[in-house]
Design a protein around this ligand. Structure first.
Ligand code: COA
Length: 210
């Protein structure tokens, strides 16, 4: 059977041969005490469209349209699969019942030494520690599996909750700047934070980051 499959595969041109899914190889499924972080898929579209259609979320992130439609959600899922929206995008889901809570991702910078962390959660799930748990799982994965020196995170200056998440993960303030916001249709003032590998290793060995 295996030999037959191998023979069929080798009869195809290299372009036709099935390729391993990028997300499976580069972005392993991540487990934390209460969460499963996995590739977004079609079953998430309704929940994604419902939760993401919220100005309180869209105006805090750089690349989310508002209003957010089912078509936007379907397009997002499609583009995460093809890798055009980001190299490592995850659906944040509850480990106990599989509920879709939001999204997070980690994106390499062109410098090859830095990655950028981003996340959002549906408003019904705020203030239960989920974003911190997801961000910690992502930073751990990134430092363990990638040859990077640091992870950056940016939040709007008025975004108290996100700043707190970033600080609970051990990131340190670097400066401020402006980034474009799709939902605002203009620039927004942000704070820039960074977690370097050495600090991450110290925090890991201290056994907790809260
Ligand atoms: C930012 C966001 C992801 C946080 O998610 P979350 O799961 O609620 O975060 P956590 O529960 O892990 O931590 C939130 C922290 O902020 C604190 N917080 C929340 N709102 C606050 C407020 N108005 N004032 C002070 N502290 C606040 C919480 O008390 C908690 O801190 P604590 O654990 O010390 O009590 C969520 O609010 C969100 O999706 N917002 C919109 C999108 C967004 O801002 N994304 C980030 C872009 S940089």
């Amino acid at each position: 059977m295996q030999t037959e499959l191998l023979r069929q595969d080798q009869s195809r041109s290299p372009q036709e041969r099935p390729r391993p899914q990028r997300s499976r190889t580069d972005c392993p499924i991540l487990l934390s005490p209460r969460l499963v972080l996995r590739t977004p898929h079609e079953d998430d579209i309704d929940a994604l469209a419902h939760l993401a259609n919220n100005a309180n979320i869209a105006t805090m992130v750089s690349r989310m349209p508002h209003p957010y439609t089912v078509a936007d959600a379907a397009d997002f899922v499609r583009r995460t699969k093809t890798g055009t929206i980001g190299k490592c995008v995850y659906a944040i889901t509850k480990a106990d019942n599989g509920a879709f809570l939001g999204c997070c991702g980690i994106e390499p910078h062109p410098d090859g030494r830095t990655a950028e962390l981003g996340y959002w959660l549906g408003e019904p799930y705020w203030n239960e520690g989920y974003a911190t748990e997801a961000a910690q799982a992502l930073t751990d994965m990134a430092f363990r599996t990638r040859d990077i020196d640091q992870i950056d995170a940016r939040c709007r200056v008025m975004n108290v909750a996100s700043r707190r998440v970033i600080q609970k993960c051990g990131f340190q303030y670097q400066g401020s700047g402006m980034v474009e916001s799709q939902a605002l249709g203009g620039m927004m003032a942000v704070e820039w934070y960074r977690l370097d590998r050495k600090t991450w290793m110290s925090l890991r060995s201290w056994g907790g980051r809260r």
